[in-house]
Write a protein that binds this ligand. Structure first.
Ligand code: TYD
Length: 136
């Protein structure tokens, strides 16, 4: 497995339905600074296609399904996210692409950082240089 983890969240439920709590530093392995979600993604669209210098993310398909490909510069692995109680941790300096969204997919993302354009590495060749040789 690449430098990332699939996390199983405990589902609290009873006859009324289900509930999953997220708490920073407890079941989310970082401080939560930002949450966003992606929905209504068109078929055949690939999103992401970037890495972050510093920020870490946790991705959860809270409805529907999608695939996430993570790449550490040496190895690529594709995960299917299709359960609201399973999250995929994406560390800093891991390239990520989200694809094969179902029409009803809602992909929720927690991040440990505020949005900052300068934290993005959007060019794959730059990413390879940085992970393999450092930020020269
Ligand atoms: P983008 O990074 O292209 O999304 P993805 O990585 O899923 O392909 O983001 C789309 C737009 O939303 C872009 O204009 C930047 C903006 N944005 C924010 O303002 N804040 C955020 O937290 C994120 C993730 C994106």
């Amino acid at each position: 497995m690449i430098d990332n983890n699939l996390i199983n969240f405990k589902v609290m439920g009873d006859e009324r339905g289900s509930l999953i709590p997220f708490e920073e530093g407890k079941n989310v392995p970082f401080d939560i600074k930002r949450v966003f979600y992606i929905y209504g993604t068109q078929k055949d669209i690939s999103r992401g296609q970037h890495s972050h210098y510093r920020s870490k993310q946790l991705l959860i398909a809270i409805n529907g399904s999608c695939k996430v490909t993570l790449d550490n510069g040496k190895k690529r692995e594709t995960y299917t996210l299709n359960k609201p109680n399973v999250g995929l941790f994406q560390n800093a300096l891991i390239w990520g692409e989200m694809h094969d969204f179902s029409q009803d997919c809602i992909l929720m993302v927690f991040s440990d950082s505020y949005y900052r354009d300068s934290d993005y590495i959007r060019d794959y060749d730059d990413f390879l240089e940085i992970v393999n040789y450092g930020d020269r």
